[in-house]
Design a protein around this ligand. Structure first.
Ligand code: GDP
Ligand code: IMO
Ligand code: MG
Length: 422
């Protein structure tokens, strides 16, 4: 049985959490394969709202195994708090497995993240300050500490102390407060004790599921335009956010990959710094922000909003190999009289349909728009393609055409039931 992969195709916050929750109705295992608690995946079930940062969004379906794969960077204190909170709300967290190969994030990574941001001037990225960049740097630099160490406290303490001392020197040089290592260790020791029973070799547990013919779904975090290779570098996150990242980040062979789901918001948003050609600074943008409740699930920052960017999304669908689109937040466009779709960029007097690798070029890109009429009525109650207004269908068809992809799911509200297959 192949593993399916669901990824964000824009700058994150496309509604991946909601879609994973919907798709896990008939799945046996959900696997996070990259990122860390920079992710904020929102799931609304009835009147309950949950925001997950590290626990996979399959946790709401009884019996579904929830795996935090080797490619994830894990804040042990954050994960413990998240699991305790879920348990308090009545969910079974015994299904959570944490890869022994996943790298750990400590307080010093978060401080280093903040330190870099504060000293970066106009190279500031606007990170979530969850320590993601420094943790992946330590991993690549081969000085990281992995979750496997949570099961041997002596080694963990020694390695943590060594690394914390190294970081303390950097903080002292920068005139920043040093970490109280003994204090941090106390918290860490508690988290290690709590998480140790969940630590396992997830590469084998995932592959055993696949061999047994069970359904595995990989849950991407962030989005392709934040990918460390393919995104708007350096205004990106530090991991491989595209579907290909699931192979290395979970230990799944490429030929084991089944359907790739690309989650596409019906317009565009971005949090943090970096170029965003279709960004709106007028009333239409504010309307999107309010109607879409576009405020960050992790940091609460207002999200930058703009029209749908077909150049960026087509690039994203190409590199992800998207088989099926899940188009979300169509309902947010209900009140717009007309809708802009960016079909090209004018850069230095020339029009292109290709997404440039250079962020400097992208900053100079002026969007070339095609305008479609709005539908001016509510789509929130639609439960089938035929129930959508004609103009909404035309808009969706155009998005599919421009991204050279097929629509598989349409989402018209935050709840589970506000979703239908196409
Ligand atoms: P993720 O990071 O991709 O999981 O997305 P976030 O949870 O950060 O942001 C998506 C937001 O949109 C959440 O508040 C969801 O509850 C909400 N949402 C998801 N799908 C829809 C939809 O179709 N319509 C509306 N109005 N909201 C949605
Ligand atoms: P989900 O999974 C939106 C953005 C940050 C910043 C950049 C780098 O909820 O879609 P980092 O903390 O990763 O070093 O920040 O990436 N970013 C996200 N934006 N959704 C996310 O995750 C994000 N995770 C990181 O705002 O611009
Ligand atoms: Mg999010």
């Amino acid at each position: 049985m192949p593993a399916d992969i669901l990824v964000g195709t824009q700058w994150g916050d496309e509604g991946k959490g909601k879609l994973i929750d919907v798709l896990t109705r008939d799945v046996d295992m959900v696997v996070r394969f990259q990122g860390g608690s920079n992710a904020g995946h929102t799931i609304e079930i009835g009147s309950e709202k949950y925001v997950l940062h590290l626990v996979p969004s399959g946790i709401f379906r009884p019996g579904v195994k929830c795996v935090i794969g080797n490619g994830v960077v894990v804040d042990p204190l954050g994960l413990m708090t998240e699991m305790q909170e879920l348990a308090r709300r009545g969910l079974d967290i015994s299904v959570v497995e944490l890869s022994d190969r996943a790298h750990l994030i400590f307080e010093y990574h978060k401080r280093a993240d903040a330190m870099r941001e504060l000293s970066a001037g106009n190279r500031k990225i606007g990170t979530t300050r969850r320590g993601i960049g420094p943790a992946y740097s330590d991993k690549a630099n081969r000085v990281g500490i992995r979750a496997g160490e949570l099961t041997s406290p002596e080694t963990l303490k020694r390695r943590f102390t060594e690394q914390a001392q190294r970081y303390n020197k950097l903080f002292a040089e920068a005139g920043m407060a040093e970490l109280d290592i003994a204090e941090e260790w106390k918290k860490l020791e508690e988290a290690a004790r709590y998480l140790a029973p969940h630590v396992t070799d997830t590469v084998y547990s995932i592959n055993r599921m696949l061999r047994a013919g069970k359904k595995v779904l990989c849950e991407g975090a962030q989005g392709a335009l934040l990918d460390v290779d393919h995104g708007t570098y350096p205004f990106v996150t530090s991991s491989s956010t595209i579907s290909g990242g699931a192979c290395s980040g979970a230990g799944i062979a490429p030929r084991q990959v089944g359907t790739v789901w690309g989650v596409l918001k019906a317009y565009t948003t971005r949090v943090g710094e970096g170029p965003f050609p279709t960004e709106l600074f007028d009333e239409a943008g504010e309307k999107l922000r309010q109607a879409g409740r576009e405020f960050g699930a992790t940091t609460g920052r207002p999200r930058r909003c703009g029209w749908f960017d077909a150049v960026a999304s087509a690039y994203s669908c190409m590199i992800n190999g998207v088989d099926r689109l899940a188009i979300t937040k169509l309902d947010v466009l209900d009140d717009q009289p007309e809708l802009g779709i960016c079909v090209g960029y004018e850069i230095d007097g020339e029009v292109t349909r290709e997404f440039p690798g250079s962020v400097e070029k992208l900053k100079r890109a002026k969007p070339v728009y095609e305008w479609l009429p709005g539908w001016r009525c509510s789509t929130a109650g639609a439960r089938a393609w035929e129930e959508l207004p004609v103009n909404a269908r035309k808009y969706l068809d155009r998005l599919a055409e421009l991204t050279d992809s097929q629509i598989g799911i349409v989402s018209v509200g935050p709840r589970r039931d506000q979703t239908f297959l196409v």
